[in-house]
Design a protein around this ligand. Structure first.
Ligand SMILES: *Cc1c(COP(=O)(O)O)cnc(C)c1O
Length: 360
């Protein structure tokens, strides 16, 4: 068996230890005689799995008691609709558009009310985070929306926007659990887990209790109401049961690594190895304004499309896979999530140095 270094933006690398454990438990989960995939989500055994997953996540993120944790389906994209449907009481929301995902969320919200684009970095291909210290936040905005880490472009909010007292809603899909966060600054933090936590099919929504109400937009389907899921502890209908089980294992793995403080140190160290090289390279260069660089997604280019393609191909042959940039931007992108070992980044930089010598 040979594992490659997987730099995919998502679905992405998972801790090998977690995969091994899941493999061991595949046929017979703790003496049940069946796989977690085969058991009732209403069983005692499964109840323990989902309760423990929630408790571990609460501990990792230090989630205050007045927030609910929901394990839902539909991906991050379903939240683009669920958020306005549940939160747009005044039918007004402000969006900060820093990439394709934020833009999609903004466009979706516009179906349900007045969505205002109060800041954007589209003028420079989303290569930076705009100054959000004094934005024209709408008087009657139900919330202010951001995508905190822009997976495709490799930018990250280093400071949260000044929402002037309005509820902050954040898509953290690609930076979930990569560093400590102060949950109390947000109304909703949510993310698809397939970037930094687990298998595709689960989206985690951490939502302040006062935002969970029956007062949703007329016509909102039952399945898209936060209250239904909150009242039923994420078991209103069959949840993505196996995916939640894997997320739970990743939470335990993160606790064993020392929690989110330790992950931050680890992630900063890994990212520095790659960024330091990019800053000194004669061939490769990063595409993002330095102060806005993501620790998770690192886009870079040579400036020559043919050479980029050659790099991606030869890297794959060297066991460094999925380095092609997003189809909308080209070039390369290395996603170096929590589960990417330091060694993988070191190997990537060694390969880049060699490629530079051969092609410069
Ligand atoms: C991948 C991604 C999404 C889309 O996730 P789906 O689960 O495919 O809907 C949304 N936001 C961000 C920041 C992402 O990285």
């Amino acid at each position: 068996m040979a594992r490659i270094y997987n730099f995919s933006a998502g679905p992405a690398v998972l801790p090998e230890e977690v995969l091994r454990e899941a493999a061991e438990e595949m046929l017979d989960y703790k003496g049940c005689g069946m796989s977690v995939m085969e058991m009732s989500h209403r069983s005692k055994v499964y109840e323990t799995i989902i309760k423990e997953a929630e408790a571990d996540l609460r501990e990792l993120m230090n989630i205050p008691d007045n927030y609910k944790v929901l394990f839902l389906q539909g991906g991050a994209s379903q939240q683009f609709a669920m958020i306005p449907m549940n939160l747009m009481k005044n039918k007004v929301a402000d969006y900060i558009v820093t990439g394709q995902w934020a833009k999609k969320a903004y466009q979706e919200a516009a179906k349900y009310g007045k969505a205002n684009k109060i800041a954007s970095s589209e003028d420079e291909t989303f290569s930076y985070i705009p100054d959000c210290s004094d934005l024209p936040v709408s008087e009657d905005a139900d919330y202010v929306y951001i995508c905190e880490n822009n997976t495709i472009y490799g930018t990250k909010f280093k400071e949260l926007p000044n929402t002037k007292g309005k509820t902050l809603v954040a898509d953290v899909s690609s930076c979930f659990l990569s560093e400590p966060v102060d949950v109390s600054k947000y109304g909703i933090i949510y993310g698809g887990v397939q970037k930094n936590i687990g298998p595709a099919g689960v989206v985690i929504v951490i939502i302040r209790e006062d935002l969970i109400t029956e007062d949703v937009l007329p016509g909102t389907p039952t399945i898209l109401q936060y209250k239904i899921h909150a009242d039923n502890d994420s078991l209103y209908n069959t949840p993505p049961a196996y995916g939640i089980y894997i997320c739970g294992k990743v939470f335990k793995w993160l606790k064993k690594q020392g929690g989110l403080e330790a992950m931050k140190v680890h992630n900063e160290e890994k990212a520095a190895i790659l960024y330091d090289f990019l800053d000194s390279s004669k061939l490769f260069k990063g595409t993002v304004r330095k102060e806005d660089r993501s620790l998770m997604n690192v886009p870079f280019i040579t400036g020559n499309d043919d050479l980029d393609a050659k790099f991606v191909k030869e890297a794959k042959e060297a066991g460094l896979e999925n380095l092609k940039g997003h189809r909308s931007v080209g070039g390369m992108r290395a996603s170096i999530y929590n589960a990417m070992p330091r060694e993988g980044v070191v190997k990537l930089v060694e390969f880049m140095k060699k490629f530079e010598e051969e092609n410069c």
